[in-house]
Each structure stands twice: as structure tokens, then as C-alpha cells.
Design a protein around this ligand. Sequence first.
Ligand SMILES: Nc1ncnc2c1ncn2[C@@H]1O[C@H](COP(=O)(O)OP(=O)(O)OP(=O)(O)O)[C@@H](O)[C@H]1O
Ligand SMILES: [Mg+2]
Length: 329
Amino acid sequence: MVAENKGIEPGGGIVLDGISHAYSGRKALDNVSLTVPRGESMALLGPNGAGKSTLLNILCGLIRPDAGRAIVAGVDVSKHSSEARQNIGVVFQDDSLDDRLSAWENLEFHGLVYGMDKPSRARRIDEVLALVELSEWAENPVRTFSGGMKRRLEIARALMHEPRILILDEPTVGLDAQTRAKIWSYLNQQRRERDLSVFVTTHYIEEAESCEAICVIDHGKVQVQGPPADLKARYGTSLIRCLPRSPEVRQKLLEKYPEAQRLSGDRLGIVVRDQAMIDAFLSEFGSSLKEILIDEPSLETVFLAITGREMRERDEVNSKARGKRNKRI
Ligand SMILES: Nc1ncnc2c1ncn2[C@@H]1O[C@H](COP(=O)(O)OP(=O)(O)OP(=O)(O)O)[C@@H](O)[C@H]1O
Ligand SMILES: [Mg+2]
């Protein structure tokens, strides 16, 4: 589990303590508590409508919670919102760049809003553009940028005022695998070099894998939180994929495991919860198989066990959302 007390000290990471919030009487968050220690990252996972963006907006001070405290880098967001905001860099779920301005102008404007002086702005614009590999494009209007370039610029802008906490709402949705990998390499580099705490929502499960901790929320409540390895050990399931030697063995297998999935070419897929079930399967059928593959427990299966939904369903919804986003631009 995430350390209970680390991060509460001034200058620490993120602490959410008993956060609840309702929209017109409908509960969106219910008593959410979590901790992200300084320099660590947490991925927030949950089905559509789980409350992820609401939680992020509370962390940024954009929504005041009905109950509970949000503390970033030692500062209570509700009590000292402008001081807290200085410590936070945000990438919102929807694009928020000014398309008519150049990359440089977007960053310059952000620096002005955050009260940075001229030399600091000039230095930092150079640094963040270099980090996200957009230096050559500094003078180009943002409306000419691809989706991936825009997201990279949003990350550059979030880092512009040297925050200690970075909050990202689906920063990589709809991007190709190479761009997503690049974005994560910028984030990890900043985390290492600047001891940055990163709080991110993503529906790409492999991205969550690289975070120190994962928090799954559903219906506004924290379902589980902890390091990926712990969650996999506790909630993950394995899949045995096998090809029986004969139709008779296949029939016997289906009788023993009626829930078995019918896979391609007469193969069967059998979900198993633990090593004891794997051992039992092998001792009974191990010598009657032509082929066997055992998939280790994955975060995908953890998500499924906890929410009853697959991450893939969200994928479809999000790619539609991304399509809309691109059309608007
Ligand atoms: N401004 C709003 N007014 C009323 N209800 C809202 C508002 N914003 C969100 N909600 C509702 O609160 C719940 C949580 O929404 P939220 O946007 O936080 O979910 P999410 O986990 O970010 O979803 P997604 O994966 O689709 O981005 C949903 O039921 C949503 O309909
Ligand atoms: Mg959202």
C-alpha cells in the first residue's frame, strides 16, 4: 500500500482526505481518501462517469468539495487556492490551448498568468519546448499542430511554472503508441529530475503499470489502491489457453470447466484465480494437451474483477470522444 504518512509534510505530494461531492444532489464522489508521496506517481482508473475528472478538478481547486480536504505540496487547496495552484501543473481532459496563438505565445501567456518574470519565462519556454521536442515549432500557430503535438505542448505548458505536482486527465487518449511512449518518457524524466508527484487518469492499462500506485474508483468510491504488483497478486486472474489432444479431452475439459472460453482452432481459455487452481488443472490435464500457455495476472483482469467491466469498453467510448475532439479543431 501507499505509505500513510509520507507526503503530508509541507512540500510533500498529494493527500486527499474524505472527499465527497454531489452535483445537484447526485453523488459523484463519496468519501475518497488517498496519498501520493512526493516524487511518486499514481494512476487513477475507473469506468466512464466514475468520478475521475471531478476528483482532479477538486485537486486543482476548480471545484470545492462538499466535504473533506485536498492538500497538495503541503497546501490546503480550499483554504489557499492560489498558493496551491502555483504548485500544480494540469493537463485537462479536453484541449485547452489557444489555437490562434503560436506554441511560444501559449507558453508566454501561461508564464504571465503565473506571475513569472521575463527572464524566467524565456528560460523556461526554451526548456519545456526542448523537453517535448517542439523547439522547431515554437513560432507555428497551434491550429497547424497534430493531436500528438498539441498534447505535448499541453504538457510543456503544465510544466512551465515549475510545479511540484502534475495532474493529468487522460493525457494520451487517442494518440499512437509511439507518441504515448514519448509522453511517458517526458513525464518520467521530470519526475526523476524534479521530484515531481504525478497523478494521472488513463484508460491505457499498460501506462498504469509503470506507476508506483494505482487507485481504482467506481461509483465515486475508492474500490482498491496499492502498487500494481500487490493488486495483481490480490485480485488478478490468470488465463490458461490450451489445445486439447483430442475431441474427447476437449469434451472432458468442457464438462469440468463449463465456463471455458471457446478460442480459435479448438483451443479453450480457462480463467483461474490462483496457483492451486493451475496445479489442479495441470495434474489432471497436463499430459492430454498439445499446447498450453498461461497468461500471468494482468491489471486488465484486476480492473475486470473490481468493476465488472473491461478497460476495452472504455477504449471505444474514448476513441469516439477523441474523434469529436479532433473534429472540433
Ligand atoms: N458539471 C456536472 N454537472 C452535473 N453532473 C456532472 C458534472 N460533471 C460530471 N457530472 C456527473 O458526475 C459523475 C462523475 O463524472 P466525471 O466526469 O467526474 O467522471 P469520469 O470518471 O471523469 O468519466 P470519464 O471517464 O467519462 O471522463 C458522472 O455521473 C457525471 O455525469
Ligand atoms: Mg473524465
